[in-house]
Design a protein around this ligand. Structure first.
Ligand code: DSN
Length: 470
């Protein structure tokens, strides 16, 4: 196809492709015709640029990935898979979807990739519904121990459709593999989930596979939080160990909101019926069992994000992510904070706030006032309700992507500590924070942000809104 479109007609200045022109026009019309929405989007860009995002389940999408997510492909309705659709008009999207699959397989060394899930929650539902009949036994890490809703929590459909059993962590926060094995022998699960939302250590996928084999279960590895580290070989990969692996594409992959299913060595292994391969089961599990039409623009953005993952820059970012998390853990521990497991092997640090008496909610809000984002998190044995909690989860994905290293982590740790030790809790939800402290921390946050802009993003003016989030 013609790569360069000449909007000025013959002799005019060759500028951009027609699709680029479309997106530029859309953005310009948005600004003119809907300034309310356009301003909100600008506010968000300023917020992200001038705050330290230490939310462990977030990463920064490259501008090209954001643009692909806005692609004209959004206009399509094309159920099914490349070459086997239920609607006409998919010939270009078929190539896009295949490109995303090829890149995903290459990045993770997988034999099969399904790029259609709208999220990792959807991916998990698709896989579980393929491998486990209603009422079947599901063994996953308990929510309070750091597991995810879709690993069998009673708050999720997975805790209702299946007989969910939760394994846990020991009192220092380490996964209790022996306990998981005992539970597997006792309850004979059809599926075991290895994966976590709040676990700061490497997961021993080989050990989980041994447990699964011992009881004849399928092993599902959910690597949503560590997918970028797995892709960069900074964390052992489960792709050939687990029967099926799932991940979200935005938590650590710098992709769009979405999910991905991968299968390695087991792609031809039969499912519970003894005939249908796991790859075929997963394909049917995603469409038509749990989803209709995919989001074609998101699939394009996944292709773009996967294309950025194989190179040296991504490997460097992953290594820096781990080094930074270690620096955060050592810094906080040195200042007397209690950390689950005492440290970290991945991108995440989980602080047990109980010794300080500050709740997770108060910590999260006080930090946000100062321009630092980190979320409250339940910790094992937590007696506070889920909206309050006694823990704080910090992550280094976004800071590493901005180019910050251990020296900057030392400054971040000092800022976090100033807020956590300076906030005065009135109860689990109310607190006061000295405005001088808030201004001083905010000023240093902004100085750090100014030195390390979001990669590839323009630097917006400082936000002008109220000083304290409303
Ligand atoms: N699972 C949630 C988290 O880890 O923050 C978000 O998807």
């Amino acid at each position: 196809m013609t790569r360069v479109w000449n909007p000025g007609g013959p002799g005019g200045r060759a500028a951009v492709t027609p699709h680029t022109a479309l997106l530029l026009r859309g953005l310009s019309v948005l600004e003119q015709q809907d300034p309310v929405l356009a301003d909100l989007l600008d506010d968000e860009l300023a917020e992200q640029s001038w705050t330290l995002a230490m939310v462990a389940s977030a990463s920064i999408a490259a501008p090209a990935v954001l643009a692909a997510a806005a692609a004209v492909l959004s206009n399509l309705t094309v159920e099914g898979y490349p070459g086997a659709r239920y609607h006409p008009g998919s010939r270009h999207f078929d190539k896009v979807e295949r490109l995303a699959e090829v890149r995903a397989r290459a990045v993770f060394g997988a034999q099969y990739a399904n790029v259609q899930p709208h999220s990792c929650s959807s991916a998990n539902l698709a896989v579980l519904s393929s491998l486990l009949p209603p009422g079947g036994v599901l063994l996953g890490l308990g929510l309070d121990a750091g597991g995810h809703l879709t690993h069998g929590s009673s708050a999720s459909v997975t805790g209702h459709h299946y007989r969910a059993v939760g394994y846990g962590v020991d009192e220092d926060g380490w996964i209790d593999y022996d306990g998981a094995h005992r539970l597997a022998r006792e309850h004979r699960p059809g599926v075991i989930v290895a994966g976590a939302s709040a676990y700061p250590r490497q997961i021993d996928f080989a050990r989980f596979r041994e447990i699964a084999d011992d009881v004849g279960a399928y092993l599902l590895a959910d690597i949503s939080h560590i997918a970028g580290l797995v892709a960069a070989q900074e964390h052992p990969s489960p792709v050939d160990l687990a029967h099926v692996t799932t991940t979200s594409t935005y938590k650590q992959l710098g992709g769009p909101r979405g999910g991905l299913v991968l299968i390695g060595a087991e792609h031809r292994t039969p499912g519970p019926d003894g005939r249908t391969t796991l790859a075929d089961l997963v394909a049917r599990g995603v469409f038509p069992r749990t989803q209709g039409t995919p989001n074609p623009a998101a699939v394009a953005a996944k292709a773009g994000a996967f294309g950025l993952l194989g190179g040296d820059a991504a490997r460097l970012t992953a290594r820096r992510t781990v080094e930074n998390a270690r620096a955060v853990a050592e810094g906080l521990r040195g200042l007397g904070h209690r950390l689950l497991t005492g440290g970290t092997d991945n991108h995440m640090v989980v602080v047990d706030l109980r010794p300080s008496g500050v709740s997770g909610l108060v910590a999260e809000r006080a930090l946000e006032e100062c321009g630092i984002l980190a979320n409250r998190n339940r910790i094992p044995g937590d007696t506070r309700p889920p909206m309050v909690t006694s823990g704080l989860r910090l992550g280094t994905n976004s800071l590493a992507q901005r180019g910050m290293g251990p020296a900057e982590m030392a400054r971040c740790v000092a800022l976090v500590d100033r807020v956590l030790t300076g906030v005065v809790s009135l109860d689990d939800t109310a607190y006061t924070l000295d405005p001088h402290l808030r201004r001083a921390v905010r000023a240093e946050v902004r100085e750090l942000c100014a030195g390390f802009p979001l990669p590839g993003y323009p630097i917006p003016p400082l936000p002008t809104g109220p000083e304290v989030p409303q």
